[in-house]
Structure formats: structure tokens, C-alpha cells
Ligand binder design. Structure first.
Ligand SMILES: [Zn+2]
Ligand SMILES: [Zn+2]
Length: 354
């Protein structure tokens, strides 16, 4: 498998971000990303897709277009839907979440519930935008880790805000347990639900006591929570082909979420083998009496294997091998010590053994 790293949730000056499309692409290239998807609020901009090469370093990255859509007349403005790959502005369908999901797929896009579970920050409930209409169906997946959602909660008081603004590396910890529980609950109900993780970068300047600074610039966030995508072939040079490769991998769940600040997880793998067949994250595998699951990490970490949301094996090291005696939805996690805390590091999509 060929691994590429991208960020599928970010904002530019086309909505409420502070960087232009080009400035954001430069920051992403400096951070070493392979692709980004522009997802401005209720805005779709033509002419921004294609390869971008950083003028100084020569690093290339693929820029793709999407949208983050919500009903802006609804108060509070809940139900943010990330729609990567859509080919038109779907703002008109925003009022009805199910109609919006269906319209996004009809427009060639995928659909991820953005920051679906939030916790209050310093400014309390006024700034919470969770997903509330859980009766919807057919969406591609969930954004299980949104760096801004995590940061908002970690910096929920003045002392914590001051600490976080001086030590941004302290801020990001892990997806919320209730977020992972909701994901596991949907998986256990038999739904295929693809997990992604993103920056939701805006690069807003914060002013406090006359001092203005950007605590989370684009480049910093692009070095943090990202989605690693696994491709059967190297990423094509042709933009249409490359776009289709990333689309297919994300749709199938051949990807994992990681906070790259903790350590680079490049090379992390979660595979299964049974009945002469092999599977990677996102795949279905028929239960074959004895199926061997393998987590392999490029660095020592606390590895966990979960079945239907419950931990079935755990080990500190670089490899965990486990024989599955029964079918189930299996996924892997890795945690690592970083700047004084054990952090969530890697969250893979499941292998569906049925
Ligand atoms: Zn949002
Ligand atoms: Zn956003």
C-alpha cells in the first residue's frame, strides 16, 4: 500500500479563514502534506483544484475542492456536513440534513458529519456546533477528531487558555471518548462508518489584553491531526485519476487518523488474514474460523485492538498479533507519551469480519 497524508477540513478567506487558497496550500506543503481539500462554509469555489508546488522547497501537493455545509438560518447552527469532492454548491439543500447528504452523493461527493460531538469551550454553549439529527442515514462517515473541537475544550478556562496559547503542543490530546463510543455504536449496528481526522484550520488571530496572535496557524495544524490514506497504487500525476484514487480510498475507509505532532505514524498498518484472504483497514473479510489480526507500528506505542468497541487485546511495543475467534468489527488504536501526557496517536478504520 502507498500512504499519503492529507487534511480534509480547512477554511480560507473564501469563508471565515484568514489565509488565501494559495497561502493555505503553501502552509500545507511546508507541513509535508500530500493533499488538502478546501471546505469553506457554504461556499464552493471553482478553479482551485490541481497540483501545487511550493516555490521554495519544490514540495508538491494536490489541492481538491469540497464544502462544509450547514443551515445558516438554524439557531444554533448545528449539523455541519463535510462534503469533499462535490462539484457544485449544495447550499440550497442545507435546510434538510438527509436531503443534503443525498444531494452531496448525487454531486459526486462524500459526506462526513463534521465535529459531530462537541464539548463547551470558554464561551460555553454558544460556540458548540454538534450534529443533532442522528436519524439521518447513508452518510460516509464521521470526523472523529477535529483539532479545533479538541482545542476549544482543552482551553476552556483562562489558565488553560494561557497555557495552551504558550504551549500549543500541550493542547491536542485525543478524540473524546463519547465520540469514539458513538462511532462504535454505529459500527455495531452494522453500518460502515469511515472515520477521518482534520484540522478545521482557520488561523484566527486571538486578542487578549491588547496582545494579538495566531495560536494555531495553518502550518502548525497541518502538522497535527490528519488523515492518512492508503492507496493500492502510487498517487497518479493526472489530477482526475489522483482525485478518484483518494475518493475511492476514503469511501472504502482505507485510511487512519493520527496526531502527527506526537510522532510520524507513516508505515502504521492494521491487517487481517483468514481463509486465504487478506484485508486492510476498511475491508470486509468473511470469517474463516481462524483469522489473524496484526497491528504494526513504526514506533513503540501502547497498542490496542478493539472488537465492537471493547478492548480485546493491548500491548506496549511495535506489534500486536491476535487470533480472532469470532466475527466482529475490529479496529486499532495507538497511544504515546508526548509533552507530559499519554496522547491518542493513531485510530484506524475497522476491518469488518462478518
Ligand atoms: Zn464546522
Ligand atoms: Zn470547519
Amino acid at each position: 500500500m502507498f500512504e499519503i497524508v492529507g487534511n480534509l477540513h480547512l477554511h480560507t478567506t473564501a469563508s471565515d479563514g484568514t489565509g488565501t487558497h494559495t497561502q493555505v496550500a503553501e502552509a500545507a506543503a511546508r507541513a509535508g502534506l500530500d493533499f488538502i481539500i478546501y471546505t469553506d462554509h457554504n461556499t464552493w469555489v471553482d478553479g482551485q483544484e490541481g497540483w501545487f508546488q511550493h516555490p521554495d522547497t519544490g514540495k508538491k501537493l494536490l489541492r481538491l475542492m469540497g464544502q462544509e455545509i450547514n443551515d445558516q438560518r438554524r439557531q444554533p447552527e448545528c449539523n455541519h456536513l463535510l462534503c469533499p469532492f462535490v462539484c457544485t454548491n449544495l447550499n440550497g439543500a442545507a435546510a434538510d440534513p438527509q436531503r443534503l447528504i443525498d444531494a452531496a452523493h448525487a454531486s459526486g461527493g462524500l459526506t462526513f458529519l463534521a465535529h459531530p460531538i462537541e464539548r463547551p469551550g470558554y464561551a460555553e454553549a454558544a460556540q458548540m456546533y454538534p450534529w443533532v439529527n442522528w436519524e439521518v442515514s447513508g452518510f460516509t462517515g464521521l470526523e472523529i477528531w477535529n483539532a479545533m473541537t479538541d482545542a476549544k475544550w482543552r482551553m476552556r478556562s483562562i489558565p488553560r487558555g494561557l497555557l495552551g496559547s504558550h504551549l500549543p503542543r500541550w493542547v491536542l490530546h485525543a478524540p473524546f471518548p463519547e465520540m469514539l463510543a458513538r462511532w462504535d455504536q454505529l459500527l455495531a449496528a452494522g453500518q460502515k462508518v469511515v472515520a477521518i481526522g482534520n484540522s478545521d484550520a482557520h488561523a484566527w488571530p486571538i486578542t487578549w489584553r491588547g496582545l494579538t496572535r495566531v495560536i494555531f496557524p495553518y502550518e502548525f495544524l497541518f502538522r497535527a491531526v490528519n488523515t492518512h490514506v492508503l492507496l493500492p497504487e502510487p498517487l497518479a500525476q493526472n489530477v482526475e485519476q489522483a482525485r478518484t484514487q483518494i475518493y475511492e480510498a476514503l469511501k472504502a475507509g482505507r485510511c487512519f487518523v493520527s496526531n502527527n505532532l506526537v510522532a510520524s505514524p507513516r508505515g502504521f498498518s492494521f491487517t487481517a488474514e483468514g481463509g486465504g484472504q487478506q484485508a486492510v483497514m476498511g475491508d470486509d473479510l468473511p470469517f474463516a474460523g481462524e483469522t489473524v489480526l496484526r497491528i504494526s507500528s513504526p514506533r513503540r506505542a501502547k497498542l490496542r485492538l478493539l472488537r465492537n468497541g471493547a478492548i480485546v487485546a493491548a500491548k506496549t511495543g511495535t506489534e500486536l498479533v491476535w487470533r480472532a475467534a469470532q466475527p466482529g468489527v475490529y479496529r486499532a488504536e495507538a497511544h504515546r507519551w508526548y509533552w507530559g501526557w499519554t496522547r491518542g496517536w493513531v485510530y484506524t478504520n475497522p476491518i469488518y469480519i462478518r
